[in-house]
Design a protein around this ligand. Sequence first.
Ligand code: HEM
Length: 447
Amino acid sequence: MLASTTAAARPPFLKGRPLLGVLPEFKNNAPDFLLDTQRKHGDLVHFKLGPQKMYEVSHPDWIRDILVTNQSNFTKSRMLERAKVLLGEGLLTSEGQFHTRQRRLVQPAFHRERLAGYAASMVECAVHTRDQWRDGESYDMMREMNRLTLAIVAKTLFSADVSSEADEIGAALTEVLGLFETVLMPFSEWLEKLPLPSVRRFEKARDTLDRIIYGIITERRKNPRDTGDLLSMLLVAQDEGSGMDDKQVRDEALTLFLAGHETTANALTWTWYLLSENPDAEQKMHEEIARVLGDRLPTFDDLPELKYVEMVFAESMRLFPPAWSIGRKNIKPYPIGDYEIPAGSILLMSPFVVHRDPRWFPQPDKFDPNRFAPEAVAARPKFSYFPFGGGTRVCIGERFAWMEGVLLLATLAQRWRVRHTPGHKVEKRALITLRPKFGMQCSVEKR
Ligand code: HEM
């Protein structure tokens, strides 16, 4: 498939099919396609998805330069542009100075003191889940984890006193998300204008969600006080005297709601699967939980002690990074090594690919949490592991997610051992996030 390259510095080019380029292979299984491409052709490979010029970039130093050092040369890619139909101008989708201002306004919601407050809600929700499980019963862990992280984000965003609304939001959001994929499809700009049932259902669910969120915002504006949740931070956030209007608060709240639950749910689902396949690591994790906590529930202050749990979560996101690829569009020509990438290309950096590179992770398919011992981490280039991206657009919820991952694993594993059901098929499905295609059927055993 590799077309011959000329001496005039051009990276390897995958020719693909007329008009389509490598779109069929990419659509079929993008993470494995990208992994295979990097292994065969190296750290910079060019291909086309339809008319769009793409460059797969897989060296950690080049990735650092794109995400951090030279980040002002880039904008986000088209998929996120399309996500504006749902998320408006929230943090994930906005650009430039507007994004910088919003980031400054939202950031305090993720400060240490605030995070400590969210920890208790996380554990409380996890206890609710673990009390509902029954010994020997079988569950789809993906569904369980989705419900749990949704409950957590609802609680930390809108606080417990509006939990009935939080449930309603959860239901509307699930409906919206189910249909969101259609909206992100190629040519969806045109599809959106047609009276298709899926598009209409999407718009209806989005309107329901808006009605509830605007309702909560109006109520809170009438009685402005800091209730300790994310929403109250958004409402009180001020920047040189000017705060956010209702539409902006809505966009940020919905963005956090969306970005803040499915990613973590996926990471946890893959973690249960990997622990089930690797009983030695599971045993070690159980020992740490018993040593640090005994029978009591974990708290924010236990986090520094739950090191092995954190390493398990890190290793799981190495193998199955929920954000499996990060894209940037270059606004002007951009040099990489000996090459010059033409303006308007999309540079694709895939944590899934880089995390499986044997230069940084020997025997990359092996699950080994010890790779995340501090000395091992220090010996690798920084961007050999980047599940949360980097630079000014680094995930704002990164610390929230680490805390949630560790607290949920500890609380649930304290009571339960999760066993993947033999014969249940595990395959990847990569859309915005990397999920198990057929869910994750598991049974739970009381410990
Ligand atoms: C394991 C869980 C998570 C993973 C793997 C993850 C991953 C990422 C990545 C890779 C980005 C950067 C995308 C890019 O540069 O194009 C990002 C951005 C973002 N994430 Fe997360 N995320 C997680 C959890 C969360 C949580 C819990 C929240 C909020 C509560 C959150 C909110 C956001 C927001 C708002 C952005 C946009 C930030 C900006 O552009 O300023 N994420 N996330």
